[in-house]
Design a protein around this ligand. Structure first.
Ligand code: C2O
Ligand code: CU
Ligand code: CU
Length: 534
């Protein structure tokens, strides 16, 4: 299907209102349904799944420190319209086909509201997964202002549920952020980048089997799926009319597997002001930005010298990113168009402050341990590729058990050919460095032999992150503090086809023995002076 570019307006998702406020706590209800929506004006409507009858879902907007409750309700059909692979963990014959559970990506959320993959539920909560705990989730929103997104996380079918449309924005605001005088209201725009392929009738295409699949399993998990059309906020190659002034864009890469390397064809820079987890210390003037699956970028674009111009947001990354260094020449090179055609309504008094915030950077010496973890690809029993975290599957015993408040370094090494955007729940982390190692040597000996110096992150990665891109032959070291909640969380590759097929592991944040002893002591007043001094 050859769809014309830049003929549909960019849709702007509405902000969700709570159904009630009780004891000062906003309570929302969000229902997942199946419906048909126009994704391009020259294509028949497409069957999608969405939150609150819209794809992408409505924006949930909160203030830092504002506690909210959300009841996520599944009102979906019992049959999936995309091909389920029942050999994939958690998607077997005995489980209901359509399961959902909602995760707030980047949210620092208690375990019982985090959307654990086995905490799924079906339509009307008729059936629930083994880890299901509660119908209503609570978000404390104690973290700094940033761009989060909520999306489905059901075990074994996350790639299909998100591809069907189950994703939406969640913005945390703060007084500090407001004080910065950034472009706001209609000059602040969410841009959710996704890729989809369509059948001739406008329905969503998702492959059942890889072309070279050696098995007779049908349907069958694929290594990764990339769509032929780029959608922003649920429209294929849209355009946005803008005034000649500054705008703030909240970008999310919500694609299953695609990397983007964005730039503007006007050759203007972006002023990047934020990463996954919040504001950068200072704005970074940058011509192109890499966005791996689930990564976010908070950017300002200044259109003031572009009156009457049309500017295209370009994607330089080819499907095999970064292994294929050639510039993308296919349709997926285009993302959307900005038309600087609106008159300037009033003087642009917004600013790009030279100083945005202070980040408390962890020091390497503060880390209590380093975990060396390898990102692995093997063949499964059917001869298909399967990707693992440190040679372990989802069901293997839990090996990552940081104690509450511990600072740890996770050193992630990738000898596989593709890149892996690795995501941790619960924490925001910082990137310490990357280092190259000898992959051939690794293949022979399973030993990491470094062949480069440690390289610090780029200026626009020098902030709070919850996704780290680990490319072929790289070791990336991240540092995080495992707080403020104990319980069971997950870490995984955010290429959804990898996540669904074993590249996901649970981790536990535990109370260490000494910690629980201290906790008891704390109630003993005679010992209280000890704690004053520690
Ligand atoms: Cu965006 Cu565990 O996911
Ligand atoms: Cu997450
Ligand atoms: Cu991966």
């Amino acid at each position: 299907m050859n769809l014309l570019k830049f003929i549909d307006k960019l849709p702007l998702p509405r902000v969700l209102q709570p159904v009630r406020v009780k004891d000062g706590i906003k309570y929302y209800e969000v229902t997942m349904t199946e419906f048909h929506q126009s994704l391009h004006s020259s294509m028949p409507k497409t069957r999608v799944w969405g939150y609150e009858h819209t794809y992408p879902g409505p924006v949930i907007e909160v203030s830092k420190g504002e506690r909210i409750r959300v009841k996520w309700i599944n009102d979906l059909p019992s049959k999936h319209f995309l091909p389920i692979d029942k050999t994939v963990h958690g998607a077997g014959k005995d489980t209901p086909e359509v399961r959902t559970v909602v995760h707030l990506h980047g949210g620092i959320t208690p375990a019982d509201s985090d959307g654990y993959p086995d905490a799924w539920f079906t339509n009307g909560f008729k059936q629930v997964g083994p880890f299901f705990e509660q119908e209503v989730y609570e978000y404390e929103n104690l973290q700094d202002a940033t761009t989060l997104w909520y999306h489905d996380h059901a075990i074994g079918i996350t790639r299909l549920n998100i591809y069907a449309g189950l994703a939406g924005y969640y913005l945390i605001r703060s007084k500090h952020e407001q004080s910065l005088n950034l472009p706001k209201d209609k000059y602040e725009i969410p841009l959710l980048l996704q890729d989809r392929t369509f059948n001739k009738d406008g329905s969503l295409y998702y492959p059942k089997k890889e072309a070279d699949d050696p098995t007779n399993i049908y349907p069958s998990i694929v290594a990764k799926f990339m769509g032929e059309n780029i959608l922003v906020n649920g429209k294929v190659w849209p355009y946005l009319e803008v005034e000649p002034r500054k705008y703030r864009f909240r970008l999310i890469n919500g694609s299953n597997a695609r990397y983007y390397k964005i730039r503007l064809d006007s050759n203007q820079p972006f002023y990047q002001i934020g990463t996954d987890g919040g504001l950068l210390e200072e704005p970074v003037t940058i011509k192109s930005i890499i966005l791996g699956p689930a990564e976010r970028a908070d950017v300002i674009i200044d259109f003031s010298s572009q009156k009457h111009n049309k500017i295209v947001l370009i994607n330089d990354a080819k499907d095999e990113f970064p292994e294929d260094p050639k510039i993308n020449q296919s349709n997926t090179r285009f993302i959307m168009q900005f038309r600087v055609t609106l008159p300037l309504l009033s003087n642009d008094t917004s600013t790009i402050p030279p100083k945005l915030t202070d980040i408390n950077f962890y020091k390497e010496q503060e880390a209590i341990r380093t975990r060396h973890l390898e990102l692995i690809a093997q063949d499964d029993q059917y001869g298909r590729r399967i990707r693992l975290l440190d040679y372990k599957t989802w069901d293997d015993p839990i090996t990552e058990k940081p104690a509450l408040n511990d600072i740890e370094i996770w050193s992630l090494s990738n000898p596989t050919t593709g890149g892996h955007p690795i995501h941790l729940h619960l924490v925001k982390f910082q990137i310490l460095d990357k280092q190259l190692f000898d992959v051939e040597h690794y293949e022979k000996t399973k030993q990491i032999k470094y062949i480069s110096e440690r390289m610090p992150p780029a200026a626009n990665d020098h902030g709070w992150k919850d996704v780290i891109n680990v490319f072929h032959g790289e070791t990336a070291r991240i540092i995080a503090k495992f707080a403020p909640y104990t319980g069971r969380f997950v870490w995984h590759c955010h290429i959804l086809e990898h996540e669904d097929y074993e590249m996901m592991r649970p981790f536990d944040v535990v109370i260490r023995k000494e910690q629980s002893r201290l906790k008891k002591l704390i109630y003993n007043k005679t010992w209280s002076h000890i704690f004053k001094n520690t």
